[in-house]
Design a protein around this ligand. Structure first.
Ligand code: SF4
Ligand code: SF4
Length: 364
């Protein structure tokens, strides 16, 4: 059985700070040739590069019926109702299409939802759908289950819901993957899964965990993605792939998708117990926090360096810390002025300020 598998265009292959266009084109070609067609983007992905590269690498090169394209309305991209349509038209032009298959109200939480309501964003989306510019209205969501319940009850026009769903966040009290999934089922909404590998942290797991998976057969990615895809209301699992190797591996096991069997579920439980006891920062490297930081601190990169030091005692960590701070002219962890801008936007609800203090204590 093939389960639908989508290309999340948030972590495209990069050369320094620029998308590696040739590699992305090759990835698009392989993905489509292997029988997949779903692409997901947003204005804020890679500081606007994602939408532009979608046009150059996908929509200029393939007929419209060969792909499904999802874009999003992000709270930081509009301040009032009258700004939504011009922003939307700009998105169509940038991505090179005349309509989006899915248009999601992006990263809703209780605060952003209030803004979307005040600006009548759902009403505008319904108009766009009526005019054929959107085929389906949806939301992507980062908050507690009761907030999702309220939104779905307020807006029956929502056709699909994108949630963070993976085995590490399944029972997590902040992310609440399982509880969010249950709310979607209650309202009979199909589910798109984001972060099945939790930003890569379910791939780069300790050796003990890798050994458990290897014993059963299969890679860390295959366990994480198949875990999400095994749930019946999940119609699409996204993966933010950055290399051809990752793409080939993922399409390989998703083309002939098999739900997890009991032995594989036991293996996941064992690995999950190992991960819970790790001292790492659960940043998914979405980079939403980076642009607004007045101190130019490359927050996710510093968290990655910290995690590698803690998990693997990586000998290059100190060098990588310098590279992601002083050498690139970016802020040190200790330059944080505790303004809180990053914490208010972090979909993982991380205590970023506190974590930066930990990072500084190790590397400075
Ligand atoms: S709290 Fe610190 S890291 Fe966060 S945005 Fe402000 S200065 Fe940057
Ligand atoms: S700290 Fe939060 S907002 Fe920043 S990259 Fe990590 S998960 Fe995303």
């Amino acid at each position: 059985m093939k389960k639908n598998f989508g290309f999340g265009c948030m972590r495209l292959p990069m050369i320094d700070d620029i998308v590696d266009r040739e590699q992305f084109k090759k990835m698009v070609d392989i993905f489509i040739k292997e029988g997949f067609n779903y692409f997901d983007t947003a204005r804020v992905y890679i500081s606007g590069q994602s939408e532009k590269e979608i046009k150059i690498c996908l929509t200029d090169r393939y007929p419209r019926d060969k792909y499904i394209l999802t874009d999003k309305l992000t709270a930081s991209c509009f301040q009032k109702e009258s700004e939504i349509i011009p922003f939307f038209e700009e998105q169509l032009a940038l991505t090179g299409v005349e309509y989006f298959d899915y248009y999601l109200m992006h990263a809703l939480n209780i605060d952003f939802y209030a803004k979307f309501e005040n600006c009548n964003a759902f009403k505008v989306a319904k108009e766009l759908k009526k005019n054929g510019k959107i085929k389906h209205i949806g939301i992507s969501f980062h908050d507690k289950a009761d907030v999702l319940d309220k939104i779905l009850s307020d807006h029956p026009e929502i056709e699909i819901v994108q949630i963070q769903f993976n085995y590490a966040d399944y029972d997590d009290p902040k992310i609440q993957s399982k509880a969010l999934y249950d709310v979607c089922e209650k309202y009979k909404k199909p589910v798109i899964v984001m972060e099945p590998c939790r930003g890569g942290s379910l791939i780069n797991i300790p050796k003990l965990g890798k050994d458990i998976f290897e014993e059963e057969g299969g890679s860390c990615a295959s366990y994480a993605i198949r875990f999400a895809a095994s749930y019946p209301s999940v119609v699409m699992v996204l993966s933010g792939m950055s290399t051809i190797g990752q793409l080939r591996e993922n399409v390989g096991f998703m083309k002939s998708f098999k739900p997890l069997n009991n032995k594989e579920r036991v293996a996941i439980d064992k690995v999950h117990k190992i991960l819970i006891n790790q001292d790492i920062i659960n940043c998914t490297a979405c980079r939403y926090c980076v642009e607004g930081c007045p101190q130019k601190i490359s927050i996710p990169d510093l968290f990655t360096v910290y995690n590698k030091k803690k998990q693997f005692n990586d000998g290059n960590s100190d060098l990588n810390y310098r590279n992601n701070t002083i050498i690139k002219g970016l802020g040190l962890a200790s330059d944080c002025i505790k303004c809180g801008k990053c914490e208010s936007i972090c979909p993982q609800h991380l205590p970023i300020i506190e974590n930066l203090i930990k990072v500084a204590s190790i590397f400075e």
